[in-house]
Design a protein around this ligand. Structure first.
Ligand SMILES: Cc1ncc(COP(=O)(O)O)c(C=O)c1O
Length: 358
């Protein structure tokens, strides 16, 4: 049976919330009142056919690409769906990192790809290892899919490694899809999109996770112009046109994107310091964790006891939610999200520690 749902997404929508919600991946919501926009600048209908021109230009300018290489999409979610749908045919082999964001896997399955996985190991600090990709490819591999920063661990893949992955893809005439929705959480020397590394690369991103603008659904794909045209035409089958007021607000947000990003930075960095203290005081007794310099998620492993019982107690007795590791095919792990609210994060972590004693 062809996959037609995502268990993770249903859980995220219906069950992830708790009084102390550490099951997040994005930063706190950015309020409309702080955008430099007034109601008279909004309009309901307008020219949003194959992209609203000012928004196309703003995305292109941010990414340092020609607007012909930009495909606007409803969030990184739709960007990933469109990119995959344009790049593969049913039966093609798609190689996806493990652990991975579940939607990448279920979308490829929905598109009737033959999904294979390549591992990122805890013992290597979850680094992307091109040798694992080289081992897993076959002549049927058409697409290699990864996230940078990595969801769930937030590990950054350096440019030299991405270039190696590009070389592998080129050698078998495949593409590399890099989901970069968390890349702008590298606040200093933010890496450029890997789109710039070669024609094999197609990348996706949005203003959702790191900017707190999820409700605008402003996402995009960077692709070669001929691929971009295919994706625009494909999008006609899915959503035809975006909501014009959202395009107007998104174009407006691009005028002060650095300010919007900085607003969350202090919270993300304070939460990361709290998490580092938390793991330091645990001394590796209850949790094994790979720490990172940036990103909004961490993926610790529970060293003792039953993961399901722990997560259940955490929620039922301690009113705290995290993302269960089984959504990443790694039960025994769980994902913690940073960047929403320092007080909530502090108390949530205290309750995570408490749950290990109950
Ligand atoms: C790796 C990754 N890609 C895409 C998304 C979805 O992003 P968006 O809200 O922009 O659709 C998420 C959300 O958690 C994610 O973690």
């Amino acid at each position: 049976m062809r996959q037609k749902h995502s268990d993770y997404m249903q859980w995220a929508k219906l069950q992830s919330k708790a009084r102390f919600n550490l099951a997040t991946s994005g930063v706190a919501a950015f309020p409309l009142s702080e955008l430099p926009c007034t109601i008279d600048q909004l309009e309901i209908n307008g020219d949003s056919t194959y992209g609203y021109a000012p928004l196309q230009q703003a995305i292109a300018k941010k990414a340092g690409v020609d607007p012909d290489s930009v495909v606007a999409a409803a969030g990184t979610s739709m960007a990933n769906h469109l990119a995959m749908a344009a790049l593969i045919e049913p039966g093609d082999e798609v190689l996806i990192e493990h652990p991975a964001y579940e939607l990448l896997v279920s979308t490829a399955q929905y598109l009737q790809a033959s999904v294979k996985r390549f591992p990122r190991f805890e013992s290597d600090g979850y680094a992307l290892n091109p040798a694992e990709i080289r081992n897993a490819i076959t002549c049927k591999t058409k697409l290699i899919v990864l996230t940078n920063l990595h969801n769930p661990t937030s590990v950054l893949t350096p440019e030299s490694t991405l270039r190696e992955v590009g070389d592998i893809a080129r050698s078998i005439d495949a593409h590399v899809l890099v989901d970069e929705v968390y890349l702008d959480a590298v606040y200093e020397n933010t890496p450029a999109s890997s789109f710039h590394l070669g024609k094999e690369f197609v990348t996706t991103s949005s203003l959702t996770k790191i900017y707190g603008l999820s409700g605008l659904r402003c996402g995009w794909i960077l692709a070669q112009p001929d691929q971009a045209r295919t994706m625009w035409r494909l999008n006609d089958l899915f959503g035809a046109a975006p909501a014009h007021p959202a395009d107007l607000l998104s174009a407006n947000a691009f005028q002060c994107l650095d300010k919007i990003r900085d607003r969350a930075r202090a919270i993300v960095e304070a939460d990361r310091a709290l998490l580092a203290d938390f793991f330091a005081s645990d001394q590796g007794h209850s949790f094994a964790a790979v720490s990172t310099q940036s990103g909004t998620t961490s993926f610790p492993r529970l060293k003792h006891g039953n993961g399901d019982t722990f997560l259940n107690d955490l929620r039922e007795k301690h009113e705290t939610s995290v993302v269960p590791g089984h959504f990443f095919d790694m039960p025994g792990h769980f994902r913690i999200g940073m960047g929403v609210n320092n007080e909530m994060f502090t108390e949530g972590l205290r309750r995570v520690a408490e749950a290990t004693h109950s």
